[in-house]
Design a binder for this molecule. Structure first.
Ligand code: ATR
Length: 273
């Protein structure tokens, strides 16, 4: 029986066992996916178990994403470009590191806003932390034109733009309204929206009428940003789809079946939020 895991510390909050458990059952695969609490001091030992063949692979979450980056034997080029690993796959006795947030972001938009990237000239990305990296690399892969990277701390946006290259222009959040006129996609990658937080008025009404607004925050499912966009009649895509889609490549690699993100799966996870 193939076994997979999600490791973190703490780990109890993770929805990943529910997602993978649903697929294992649905496809009748005799496998397991378990949440394992691994303290930072135990990570090396856990890698020993992985390399000895106990697992086919697994997911990695806070606080291990950076430590794991240095421990893997091989890095997928996209994970290297993004600079973070969230998925491990055992190949022989070697551990390869992937970043599937990239696929999660694209899969979510492709499913819920088909054609979103066609002729997309300008995008606004809010936030320049760890989560922005996968989003920026994904947008570059779809050849979007100019990316306006807006962040509370301008220095951090500039450092990230320099590192990732491409047509990325940086500014503070207060410049949203002056950059909005041609932005047909807005992506929030920052933590704003969680725990009752919200942006000061960004000026969403300056966006084109056919703009799409998406958020990677999924607790709450409809963040204040998405609610404001919806009230203006703009199309919104919530962040739960990214969580579901980022799980697809891992499942495929460990269990040999590319799973589907269905409305039923979404409902199951939504009910736990
Ligand atoms: P993650 O890895 O989850 O992206 P992070 O690296 O701490 O987390 O980044 C969080 C992002 O949310 C940053 O862009 C941060 O802005 P700063 O670079 O200025 O810190 C942004 N952020 C968090 N709280 C914010 C707030 N109250 N207002 C605006 N931006 C905020």
């Amino acid at each position: 029986m193939k076994r997979a895991f999600v490791i973190g510390h703490p780990i109890a909050h993770s929805r990943s066992p529910l997602i993978h458990g649903y697929w294992l059952e649905r496809y009748g695969i005799a496998g397991s996916y378990e949440a394992i609490d691994v303290a930072p001091s135990e990570l090396g030992k856990f890698f020993g178990r992985l390399k000895a063949g106990e697992f086919a692979g697994g997911n990695v979450t806070i606080p291990h994403k950076e430590a794991v980056y240095a421990l893997v034997d091989d890095l997928d080029p996209l994970a290297e470009e993004i600079g973070a690993v969230n998925t491990l796959v055992l190949k022989g006795d070697q551990v390869e590191g992937f970043n599937t947030d990239y696929m999660g972001f694209l899969g979510n938009l492709d499913q819920n806003a088909p054609g979103w990237d066609q002729g997309l000239d300008e995008v606004i990305v809010l936030g320049a932390g760890g989560a922005a990296r996968a989003v920026l690399v994904a947008l570059k892969a779809r050849d979007v034109g100019k990316i306006h990277l807006l962040n509370r701390t301008l220095d951090k946006a500039e450092a990230l733009a320099l590192e990732l290259e491409g047509r990325i222009e940086c500014a503070g959040l207060s410049e949203f309204s002056t950059r909005a006129a041609n932005a047909r996609l807005v992506v929030n990658t920052s933590a704003v929206g969680m725990k009752g937080t919200r942006f000061d008025d960004l000026g969403l009404k300056r966006l084109p009428k056919d703009a799409i607004v998406t958020d990677i925050v999924y607790t709450p499912l409809v963040t204040p940003l998405l609610a404001d966009a919806q009230a203006l009649g703009l199309k919104i895509v919530d962040g739960l789809g990214m969580l579901l889609h980022q799980a697809v490549p891992g499942f495929a690699a460990w269990f040999g079946k590319t799973p589907e993100v269905t409305p039923e799966l979404r409902q199951r996870i939504e009910a736990t939020l």
